[in-house]
Design a binder for this molecule. Structure first.
Ligand SMILES: Cc1cc2nc3c(=O)[nH]c(=O)nc-3n(C[C@H](O)[C@H](O)[C@H](O)COP(=O)(O)O)c2cc1C
Length: 225
C-alpha cells in the first residue's frame, strides 16, 4: 500500500471478524511503529498486547464495573469537558456513527449497547494497552510521544489490512486492565487500541469522519504567496 492510501484510507474500526491475528504480524506492525520519533529519542512507552483469556477477563471486568457504576479511574488528566468547536466535532462524529448503526437519539438501550461495546474493546481479537514509564510522569512530552507511537501503530496496522481503534473506553477501569494484562506499578496506563481484521459488514466501519481543512488549521508566516 502507498503512504497516501494508508493515511487517506484508514478509519477507526469498531467491528471485527473473529479471525485471530498472528503474533508474527503484530510483531511486524509494532516494528514499523517503533520507528516513530520521540522526545530526545526517549521512547518512554510499553505496549502490552493482550488476547485470549486475559482479554476476556478485561472485557468482563470493564463491563461489570461500568454497569455497576464504578467511577472512571483513568490515570491521566482529563481537563475540562469538551466545549465549543471541540464539542461540536465530538458530536459530529458521534452522529455519523449512530446514523450508520441506525441508533436513534431516543434509543437509550441502543446507545448503552454501543457504549458497552467500547468497554468490551469492540469484541476485537486483540487489545494493545499503551503505557509509559512512571518516572516520566509530569513530562508532557511523554503523552505526546505515546500519541505518536499509537498513531503510527494504527497506520502500520492498516497498511497490513488490519483495523484498529485507539480508545480511552478500554482503560477507564484501569485496575481491571492492570490486573489482567499484568501491568507493573512502575508504568502508567495511557490508552487502549482494539486491533483485528475489519468486519466489512459492520456499518460503523464505513464512517469517514470529517476533518478541518488546511486553511482552517495552518497559519503561514513569512511566505511570499
Ligand atoms: C486519544 C483518543 C481516544 C479515543 N477514544 C475513543 C473511545 O473511547 N471510543 C471510540 O469509539 N473511539 C475513540 N477514539 C477514536 C476517535 O473517535 C476517532 O479517531 C476520531 O473520531 C476520528 O475518526 P477516524 O479514526 O475514523 O479517522 C479515540 C481516538 C483517540 C486518538
Amino acid at each position: 500500500m502507498q503512504f497516501d492510501d494508508v493515511i487517506m484510507g484508514r478509519r477507526s474500526i469498531r467491528g471485527y471478524t473473529r479471525e485471530p491475528v498472528p503474533r508474527a504480524l503484530i510483531e511486524e506492525v509494532v516494528a514499523l511503529a517503533l520507528r516513530v520519533p520521540s522526545s530526545y529519542n526517549s521512547q518512554p512507552w510499553h505496549l502490552h498486547v493482550v488476547t485470549g483469556e486475559p482479554l476476556e477477563r478485561i472485557r468482563a471486568g470493564n463491563t461489570e464495573r461500568t454497569l455497576s457504576g464504578v467511577p472512571d479511574s483513568r490515570e491521566f488528566r482529563k481537563g475540562k469537558p469538551y466545549a465549543g468547536p471541540h464539542r461540536a466535532r465530538q458530536i459530529g462524529v458521534a452522529k455519523q456513527l449512530f446514523a450508520a448503526m441506525g441508533i436513534a437519539r431516543e434509543d437509550t438501550a441502543g446507545r448503552q449497547d454501543w457504549v458497552l461495546r467500547g468497554f468490551r474493546q469492540f469484541d476485537a481479537p486483540v487489545c494493545v494497552i499503551v503505557t509509559y514509564d512512571r518516572e516520566m510522569d509530569g513530562n508532557d512530552d511523554t503523552p505526546f510521544d505515546c500519541g505518536a507511537i499509537t498513531t503510527m501503530l494504527v497506520n502500520a496496522a492498516w497498511s497490513r489490512g488490519l483495523g484498529a481503534v485507539i480508545n480511552s473506553q478500554g482503560i477507564m477501569q484501569s485496575p481491571v486492565v492492570r490486573e489482567h494484562a499484568g501491568i507493573p506499578d512502575d508504568q502508567v496506563i495511557m490508552k487502549a487500541v482494539a486491533l483485528g481484521w475489519p468486519d466489512e459488514t459492520f456499518p460503523a466501519n464505513a464512517v469517514v469522519s470529517e476533518r478541518r481543512g488546511v486553511a482552517d488549521v495552518v497559519t503561514f508566516t513569512g511566505f511570499e504567496d
